[in-house]
Design a protein. Structure first.
Length: 272
């Protein structure tokens, strides 16, 4: 007989349940456990109906990562528990991690996957590790209007194949949000960058965008590996700053050390 009820599972109970995992053990993903534990400690973990499952012999069939996260977080959480499924059932949604896009859609966010990629990159560069999907979605919910405004800057012309879209969106977001760069300047920059031709506002030629574009095109044309996201972001931020400060540019940009975007990343994370 299959039964289901919501249980309050504490770390001691989680340890007890994991003891029933001996004949169905799968290697734990430490990164998954850490993400779940972080969400639990931050109060982002919610009862969503996805159950921990035991078969008719008491073997744990699904839920080991959530139980391990409860222990790691030292938290007590409410989770649905199903008991009594056939021991022969093997089809479970085991360790199926929802994508950031799926979670954002479930939260009613109307936002581009490239914007989500940019925010994910921002957290990674700031903290040096993968952030939980919910943390990324929370930031996007808080700054949805600003991020969608940023994305509108990117919708002009074709992008080069060798430039990461997330890095471009993040550069625009940093400049619009922190440097208070006017929207039209960012838009004009990316028109020139995307189309590899001069565009201007009030007669101003956007040479920094063309210098940056030339760097990426030459690197790509030579058949060498694409620039890392850090390098791409560094060059684009330098070029946007030059445009904003009305600095002409003829020579190539150099990768700075520390990267030019690092102070901006630190500042925006303080306000996140």
């Amino acid at each position: 007989m299959i039964s289901m009820r919501v249980e309050r599972i504490s770390p001691p109970i989680a340890k007890e349940y994991l003891m029933a995992n001996k004949s169905n053990y799968r290697k734990l993903s430490r990164s998954v456990v850490n993400r779940y534990a972080e969400d639990m400690k931050a109060g982002r973990w919610e009862l969503n109906g996805e159950p921990i499952v035991f078969d008719e012999e008491g073997t744990l069939k699904n839920g080991q990562h959530r139980l391990a996260a409860i222990i790691a977080a030292g938290m007590t959480v409410d989770i649905a528990v199903v008991r009594g499924v056939s021991k022969n059932v093997s089809a479970y949604d085991i360790n199926s991690v929802r994508t950031v896009m799926q979670i954002s859609n479930a939260n009613g966010l109307d936002i581009s996957k490239n914007v989500l990629s940019a925010v994910s990159l921002m957290f990674f560069l700031a903290e040096g590790e993968e952030r939980t999907s919910m943390k990324i979605v929370e930031y996007c919910k808080k700054h949805e209007a600003e991020l969608n405004r940023t994305w509108r800057c990117m919708l002009n012309g074709k992008n080069t194949k060798c430039v990461n879209r997330g890095a471009l969106v993040l550069a625009a977001h940093l400049m619009l949000t922190l440097q208070k760069m006017p929207f039209y300047e960012v838009e004009v920059f990316f028109k020139a960058f995307a189309n590899n031709s001069d565009f201007g506002t009030d007669g101003y030629e956007v040479s920094p965008a063309l210098v940056a574009r030339k760097m990426f095109d030459e690197r790509y044309a030579k058949g060498s590996c694409q620039r890392t996201q850090r390098e791409q972001l560094d060059i684009i931020v330098q070029a946007l700053n030059d445009l904003h400060n009305n600095r002409k540019r003829t020579n190539s940009y150099k990768i700075s050390s520390p990267f030019s975007y690092e102070p901006l990343i630190k500042q925006i994370m303080k306000e996140a």
